[in-house]
Design a protein around this ligand. Sequence first.
Ligand code: NAD
Ligand code: LMR
Length: 355
Amino acid sequence: MFASRQVLNACQRRAFSASARDLSKVTILGAAGGIGQPLSLLMKLNPRVTELALYDIRGGPGVAADISHINTKSTVTGYEPTASGLRDALKGAEVVLIPAGVPRKPGMTRDGMDSVTAEALTNQSTDLFNTNASIVRDLAKAAADASPNANILVISNPVNSTVPIVAEVFKSKGVYNPKRLFGVTTLDVVRASRFVSQIKNSDPADENVTVVGGHSGVTIVPLISQSGHKDITGDKLDTLVNRIQFGGDEVVKAKDGAGSATLSMAMAGARFAESLLKASQGVKNVVEPTFVESPLYKDQGVNFFASKVELSADGVEKIHSVGELTEHEQGLLDACLVDLKKNIEKGVQFVKDNP
Ligand code: NAD
Ligand code: LMR
């Protein structure tokens, strides 16, 4: 009896070590920024992380020295933009989180395709797009060379375009694996559960709201009907959906020129990274909504889409469909797909024009 249990355990151990990794290096690119610092802190507190590599064009070593005093087991190293700094930060990484880039200012939209008419603002938005697109492209080139098998988690906006940018760069270097590229849309899910709980006077921990589509304005599609709250209808529903879609604006406006969401984003990024680490360390049935290359709306020219995704040691294990929608949600989805297609094409075109 005892022997057979031992044999079984040995088999299980072998199966586990074949599919899961117990050494988890996490690299953060843009680690000294508004998101980067609290995200680095949260990853240092995560016992699944064994090595934390913090890279930024300025301030990486300072943040690393500070965080390295926290008494958890992982080692922390800061990297500077020297000849080998970025490469060394990336080498051997299992998870690469990218919050590098410029946050928007009041009046700008996230997708860089501004709807406000003021020419100055439109130019600023174009600059913001080009700046972040260039940063993400260059970091993707480095990741494709130094850590081609890592899970790449893109936070830098506009996510609807920066994720396709990373895909194009990886393709150009012959190392693209769609199962390992993720746009982090977790903040929309976090906001949705919080905002619903405020309406329902409930514990947000009990509110699970699926959010599909993309990560800007009308491309964010919360599926309230699937959250157990079919009674939220009419104006109440419109207000809730609008608040989730434009939640980022609330923060941008309140920060009044000093940036966008950083602390809530760090929490959301850490949650997604934890899910991925959990899945890669053998935990089953880990499901998170995330923006990935997806077959769901490819026939409509939309190659990337956020929906619930089951994660595993291989990254994307299974992409869930959006499920049953109300007529209202179908209308939101139709509007989403129109914008999303343009945002994705914009990212692809950027790499074509600026290889
Ligand atoms: P921030 O300006 O505070 O920090 C950005 C950091 O990136 C800075 O420390 C900067 O030095 C660094 N950086 C710039 N270029 C770099 C490069 N080439 N390599 C490495 N580091 C580089 O900005 P933030 O508030 O942290 O926001 C960062 C990005 O995240 C923005 O694009 C913002 O729009 C986006 N964002 C996304 C979400 C989301 O839900 N996905 C939420 C909030 C913010
Ligand atoms: C957010 O959702 O808060 C981020 O995308 C930042 C922004 O610019 O709104």
